[in-house]
Design a protein around this ligand. Structure first.
Ligand code: CA
Length: 372
C-alpha cells in the first residue's frame, strides 16, 4: 500500500512537471526568457562588507539573484564605489542605478518625514517597528514618503536597540550636555542640541579621528558589534546605555520607481520576500553578536559600562516630546507619520508591559536555572 502510494505520488509529480515544462516551452520560447534577464546595481551607504550593515545588503542582493535564478541579478557596491555614501539616494532617484541600501534618516534633507521612519527617540523597539510596517500602516506611509524621492521602500534590516554613546566624562544630569561637542545624527541630535550640546554629524569612517583630534568629545555610532569594529574604545572611557535616541533603527532598501513598476509580479514578490528575510537576518546578527563584543570591550579594552541615570533619561524624554512635537508640526507628512507612530507605540507599550517587559523581569528573579 505504501509502495503503491509512493509510486502514485512520484508519477503525479513527474507528470505535472512534464506538463508544466511543455506549457512553459510553448508559452515562453527561449529568446523571450533570455530577454527577461535583468542586471541591477545596488549602491549602499556602508563601507563594503561592513559587519551587519554592508553584509546585510550583500545577502539581499544574493537572495534576489538566487531566488530568481538569475532573472534579476543584483550586484552590490560599497560606499564610494559608484557614488559616495550620502549620494546613494540621488543615484537611485535619477536612475543611475536601480536600487540602494542605507537608513531612512540619511534622506531627511530630501523628504523630512523619512527620519521618523528610521527611529524616534523613546519610540518603538525593532519588533514593534516591524509590526507597525506590517500591520500598523507603516509600509503605506513609508511608500508615500519614498514616492516623493521616486522610490519604492522596503524595511531591510534593523540594528535593534543601539547604545547611548561614548563619553569621556560621567553623565549624571541633563546639565552635563551643556557645551558637549557630540556626534549624534538625526532626531537624537536635535534632542541633545536642545539640551545644550553642540551637535556634529560625521560618517562612521571619520569618527575615531574626530575624537582623537578633539573635534568632538562624545559620540554614538551603533552598538558593541559595530563600535568594537571601529576601535572607538581607544578614544573614550565611558560607554553609556540605553540608546534612547535609537531604540531600534530601520535600514532601507529603496528601488527606482520606474525600475520597480516594470518588474513582473513574480520578481516583485521575490524582492519583497528577500527583504522580509534580510530584515530578520540583520536583526538576528546584531542580537547574536552584540554581547560577545560588549564583553570584549569591558574585559579586554577596560571600557567603563554605565547606565544613564533615570533622572537624566526622564529629562531627555521630556525634551524629546517637545522637539518631536515642534519638528512635526511644521510638516504635514511628518505629522501624519508621527501621529501613526504615537498611536501604534501606545498600543505596543500596553502589550509590551505585560509581555516582553514582564518576562524580562521574571527571568531576572533570583533562582537557579539550568546549569550550563
Ligand atoms: Ca546610531
Amino acid at each position: 500500500m505504501t509502495l503503491h502510494r509512493r509510486n502514485f505520488v512520484t508519477g503525479a509529480v513527474a507528470g505535472g512537471a512534464a506538463a508544466t515544462a511543455a506549457a512553459a516551452a510553448s508559452t515562453f520560447p527561449k529568446p523571450a526568457i533570455a530577454q527577461d534577464r535583468r542586471e541591477w546595481r545596488m549602491v549602499t551607504t556602508w563601507p563594503k562588507n561592513f559587519p551587519g550593515l554592508g553584509t546585510g545588503a550583500n545577502i539581499l542582493g544574493d537572495l534576489i539573484t538566487r531566488m530568481s535564478d538569475g532573472r534579476l541579478s543584483v550586484t552590490v557596491y560599497g560606499a564610494g564605489e559608484i557614488v559616495p555614501a550620502f549620494e546613494a539616494m540621488d543615484a537611485v532617484s535619477n536612475g543611475t542605478v536601480e536600487m540602494g541600501h542605507g537608513a531612512p534618516y540619511y534622506w531627511k534633507g530630501k523628504v523630512d518625514a523619512s527620519q521618523y521612519i528610521a527611529a524616534t527617540p523613546f519610540g518603538m523597539n525593532a519588533q514593534e517597528q516591524n509590526a507597525w510596517f506590517q500591520y500598523g500602516g507603516g509600509q503605506e506611509l513609508a511608500d508615500r514618503v519614498y514616492e516623493q524621492m521616486g522610490c519604492k521602500f522596503f524595511p531591510s534590516g534593523n540594528t535593534g536597540t543601539q547604545m547611548g554613546g561614548w563619553f569621556n566624562k560621567e553623565m549624571n544630569t541633563i546639565a552635563d550636555y551643556q557645551g558637549l561637542k557630540m556626534r549624534i545624527p538625526g532626531l537624537g541630535g536635535e534632542v541633545v542640541k536642545a539640551a545644550g550640546a553642540t551637535v556634529v554629524n560625521l560618517p562612521g569612517g571619520e569618527l575615531l579621528a574626530a575624537m582623537q583630534s578633539g573635534a568632538i568629545d562624545a559620540m554614538e555610532w551603533v552598538g558593541p558589534y559595530n563600535d568594537l569594529a571601529f576601535g572607538i574604545y581607544q578614544v573614550a572611557q565611558y560607554y553609556y546605555y540605553p540608546g534612547w535616541h535609537e531604540p531600534a533603527t530601520v535600514l532601507d532598501n529603496f528601488i527606482n520607481l520606474d525600475a520597480w513598476s516594470e518588474l513582473p509580479d513574480d520578481l516583485k514578490a521575490i524582492v519583497e520576500v528577500a527583504n522580509t528575510a534580510v530584515n530578520q537576518l540583520v536583526l538576528g546578527e546584531f542580537v547574536a553578536r552584540n554581547n560577545a563584543a560588549l564583553q570584549s570591550l569591558i574585559n579586554e579594552h577596560n571600557v567603563d559600562l554605565r547606565p544613564f541615570p533615570d533622572e537624566l533619561l526622564t529629562e531627555l524624554g521630556r525634551i524629546s516630546g517637545e522637539v518631536l512635537g515642534d519638528l512635526t508640526s511644521a510638516d504635514p507628512l511628518s505629522s501624519e507619520v508621527m501621529q501613526s507612530i504615537v498611536s501604534f507605540r501606545s498600543e505596543a507599550r500596553a502589550w509590551g508591559n505585560v509581555s516582553e517587559r514582564a518576562f524580562a523581569g521574571a527571568r531576572d528573579l533570583p533562582f537557579d536555572w539550568v546549569t550550563p
